[in-house]
Design a protein around this ligand. Structure first.
Ligand SMILES: NC(=O)c1ccc[n+]([C@@H]2O[C@H](COP(=O)([O-])OP(=O)(O)OC[C@H]3O[C@@H](n4cnc5c(N)ncnc54)[C@H](O)[C@@H]3O)[C@@H](O)[C@H]2O)c1
Ligand SMILES: [Zn+2]
Length: 376
């Protein structure tokens, strides 16, 4: 007998983590099999769903099979909502339903919901199980995997947190159809990052399928999410606590973070700043004759075709260098700059000079589109 099995075409990626390994299930309509996955892994019977008003309004129908968990707890998302106050709201809800250690917290949303709900789950009764159902590209390919959780403090981003691996991640690219174009592209720059650091064919495949990707065709998106999750899973499996290998995930993030900081986190979505940062990192490689011009050109062409980025021409180089310097202090004095000698490979440079960064910033500033995209 042939019976319909939701999520049958989903792929499973196993992540190694300290306490217990966990699967990442990736597939178009994988959410349809969420109930089945939870039951099969013994993640129940008591569950609590946590989401944001926006995500729940757009996608609540997909979670009908979990109706017996009761009404969801909705907390705001967006970077400004990533606060201890909202963690407290999640904790309040857990206490109110008298959740004990057996509770399974299901976080449904982007990276902000995932990070803050993950942190609440890490601290409630010193740790209860959490399942991530990421709904942004950023969350599906990055934040839901690896067990880093936390919130911002008014004096800095992600200053409060804990490592708390999930028990299951279900990434369903069909939910990405409702993302704003800018949020959607912002996550895709991180997919390009995975191509640069670990899988050159991903860059070629993205370039070839660009119209279908931009149209959010699940058949085009699923292989990208799958490939990205595999790379992130492999890296964090080998380096759960970020000692060395995990550093390659920071490709493009030295200059990217500096651009975000120099504009007080107001101008860029994270991925947009990373797009510039990746071009700067490749440019430094080209100037050292470490990276080929063809590699730089291939990534530039892909980023350009994907869509516009915010203008950077008015950001003072001095401010960007100051922000990089601050990052360096955090790293005990040595800047570990990740370069890409060839697409698909990385090398760590510890001797990148200010002059080299200046030259890269000059090059990338020239790439900027005329039209401002701050509001698109
Ligand atoms: N834990 C980690 O390892 C890790 C890694 C990378 C990023 N992060 C964190 O992730 C956060 C960024 O995540 P994000 O970009 O997903 O931001 P986000 O969670 O704020 O989501 C961005 C916006 O998209 C909306 N949204 C979410 N899903 C949607 C959907 N399917 N349709 C329509 N709108 C939707 C949200 O309401 C929000 O307005 C940052 O706080 C960052 O620090 C964490
Ligand atoms: Zn990033």
């Amino acid at each position: 007998m042939v019976s319909y099995c939701p999520g049958m075409n989903a792929t499973r990626i196993q992540v190694r983590a300290g306490r217990a390994d966990y699967p990442v299930v990736v597939g178009a309509d994988a959410i349809a099999s969420l109930r089945h996955e939870l039951d099969a892994l013994g993640l129940g019977p008591r569950r609590i769903l946590i989401s944001s008003p926006r995500v729940w309004r757009l996608h609540h129908k997909r979670f009908g099979s979990l109706r017996d968990s009761g009404p969801p707890v909705l907390v705001a998302d967006g970077e400004r909502a990533k606060t201890l106050r909202n963690v407290e709201r999640v904790l309040d809800a857990l206490i109110r339903v008298k959740a004990d250690r057996s509770i399974v917290v299901v976080a449904i949303g982007g990276g902000v919901i995932g990070d803050l709900v993950g942190f609440a789950a890490a601290s409630y009764l010193r740790g209860v199980r959490v399942v991530h159902v990421p709904t942004t590209v950023m969350a599906q390919v990055d934040s839901a995997i690896g067990g880093k959780t936390g919130v911002n403090h008014r004096l800095g981003k992600n200053l409060i947190g804990a490592f708390h691996a999930p028990s299951l991640v279900v990434a369903d690219p069909t939910v990405l159809s409702t993302l704003s174009p800018r949020e959607f592209r912002s996550g895709l720059y991180e997919v390009i990052k995975y191509g640069i650091i670990a899988d050159a064919s991903l860059i070629d495949r993205m370039s070839a399928a660009l119209p279908a990707i931009i149209a959010r065709d699940p058949e085009a998106l699923t292989p990208l999410v799958d490939a990205s999750c595999r790379i992130k899973a492999a890296v964090v499996s080998d380096d759960e606590r970020e000692s060395g290998l995990r550093r390659i995930l920071n490709f493009g993030h030295t200059v990217g973070h500096a651009l975000e900081a120099a504009t007080s986190y107001r101008r860029f979505l994270h991925g947009e700043a990373v797009a510039y940062g990746m071009l700067a990192a490749l440019s430094i490689g080209v100037d050292r004759s470490l990276t080929s011009r063809a590699a730089y050109d291939a990534v530039l062409a892909l980023i350009t075709k994907l869509g516009p980025l915010p203008d950077i021409r008015d950001i003072a180089t001095r401010d960007i260098l100051t922000a990089i310097g601050r990052d360096k202090k955090v790293l005990a004095g040595t800047l570990h700059f990740v370069a890409a000698p060839r697409l698909g490979t990385t090398a760590t440079l510890t001797d990148v000079t200010t002059a080299e960064v200046r030259a890269a910033l000059r090059r990338i500033a020239k790439l900027v589109p005329k039209k401002s995209t701050h509001s698109s």
